[in-house]
Design a binder for this molecule. Structure first.
Ligand SMILES: Cc1cc2nc3c(=O)[nH]c(=O)nc-3n(C[C@H](O)[C@H](O)[C@H](O)COP(=O)(O)OP(=O)(O)OC[C@H]3O[C@@H](n4cnc5c(N)ncnc54)[C@H](O)[C@@H]3O)c2cc1C
Length: 397
């Protein structure tokens, strides 16, 4: 017989895994269904913000994760041609977080740590290779139908969290539209072991960059740099040929040797969100509920904030509180996703995607004014590091 309080979670990405761990900490068992045979190793998130590190610390995984990454106390906007820059120091928000820095560490390092933590809790029943094809619900329960090693299987629980990413089957079964738009152009992401830190002393761990020809970002990881490039004006989707990549890398720093490129990918970006995070006994979290451009590193962070919030609500409902507490999850998290996550990542992208020298100067001047004003820059840092969004959510009752 299934445990009466069991929660079914679809998707063992960072959001599904954090949900499972948080539920287990409240004594609520879950069944976690993941389509892949293991946690994916793909090139996705690498920026983790202070309040997310505080949350990961609470579930006992921050220390192991931080060890695998690079602590970045500052971020900056920099023109790599002129070396003009404006820097922001996260120590300004040290009274608001136990981790006043960004961690630069790949998402594919976080997922296995979370996975082991979930397993060790003894309350998470994990099924890898379980591709959920359908979810349904009635007054008492939810049912997820999946194919496990080609065999059809059913999993029952009291509630269900759809944490199955941007192409969510759970969202489709609920008939919830992912409203918004898709950007016209893709972004290019490249990793290289080249030690830019030895050649460009003005760089910090997180850089939003302009060169004479390009706009993008550069993030330092443990043993490589991640460079992103927006398409140049008038350019369609960027080609990933060696020549195109080499010309962009040479724009960062001219050198006689070609750059060694480890990985390269183009990704299409969207700004979309569902109208409601809940339908009956089923809730959505993370990319299943909202997708956003990676600029500013808000998607996975925001998804983890969803997970902590919804796990708390579900645990309280399972422990006897009223079911309409689940509506509070949407009321708290959805407006923050719209006003802080989607809007901020869009603004970040627009701010950097400027090609005109005068416009770039204007942005620099604006940022310099901000950096020179401790109150305003602290306010901005509280927003960009997602602390303000969490406060706004907590204020909604
Ligand atoms: C290039 C790039 C860079 C990024 N950088 C950042 C960053 O620096 N910081 C940041 O915060 N965010 C970043 N993001 C966004 C971040 O990667 C996502 O927001 C994050 O992965 C969302 O986590 P999730 O658990 O909701 O979904 P996912 O990570 O997509 O996990 C969903 C899981 O569900 C499983 N699944 C899917 N369908 C089914 C099914 N039918 N049945 C069972 N399982 C299923 C999948 O296999 C997967 O394991 C970046 C994204 C990209 C593309």
């Amino acid at each position: 017989m299934p445990d009466r309080n069991r929660v079914v979670i679809v998707g063992a990405g960072p959001v599904g895994l954090v949900s499972a761990i948080c539920l287990a900490r409240s004594g609520i068992p879950s069944i976690l269904l993941e389509a892949s045979p293991a946690t994916p190793r793909d090139l996705r998130a690498s920026t983790v913000h202070p309040p997310t590190l505080d949350m990961l610390d609470e579930v006992g995984v921050a220390e192991d994760y931080i060890k695998l990454g690079i602590i970045t106390e500052c971020w900056q906007v920099i023109h790599l041609g002129t070396r003009e820059r404006v820097r922001f120091d996260l120590s300004a928000i040290k009274d608001h977080t136990r981790h006043p820095y960004r961690l630069q560490c790949e998402q594919y390092h976080l997922s296995p740590i979370l996975f082991e933590r979930a397993k060790a809790s003894g309350l998470v029943d994990i099924h890898l290779g379980a591709q959920v094809t359908q979810v349904s619900q009635d007054e008492d329960k939810v049912v997820a139908r999946a194919r496990v090693n080609g065999e059809p299987k059913e999993f029952e629980g009291r509630y269900l969290i759809g944490a199955d990413g941007a192409h969510s089957v759970v969202r489709r079964c609920l008939g919830l539209p992912l409203e918004g738009f898709t950007y016209d152009h893709s972004t290019t992401l490249i990793t290289t072991p080249f030690r830019f830190e030895d050649e460009i002393p003005e760089l910090v761990g997180a850089n939003y960059t302009w060169t004479w020809l390009d706009a993008g970002s550069m993030f330092r990881l443990r043993d490589e740099w991640r460079c992103t490039f927006y398409p140049r004006p008038g350019e369609a989707d960027q080609e990933l040929t060696d020549d195109v990549i080499e010309s962009r890398m040479q724009g960062i720093l001219k050198r006689s040797e070609p750059y060694v490129i480890r990985e390269k990918r183009n990704y299409r970006i969207h700004q979309r969100i569902v109208p409601d995070y809940r339908k009956g006994r089923i809730v959505l979290a993370g990319d299943a509920a909202h997708v956003t451009p990676p600029t500013g590193g808000l998607g996975m962070n925001g998804g983890i904030h969803d997970a902590v919030n919804v796990a708390d609500k579900l645990a309280r409902v399972c422990n006897g509180e009223r079911e309409d507490l689940l509506d509070l999850y949407t009321r708290q998290r959805r407006p923050v996703a719209v006003a802080e996550i989607l809007a901020q990542s869009h603004q970040n992208r627009i701010r950097m995607q400027l090609w005109d020298a005068d416009q770039r100067k204007e942005v620099m001047a604006h940022m310099r004014g901000l950096a020179a004003d401790p109150e305003r820059s602290k306010e901005m840092l509280l927003r960009t590091s997602m602390i303000e969004g969490l406060r706004q959510a907590a204020a909604v009752q």
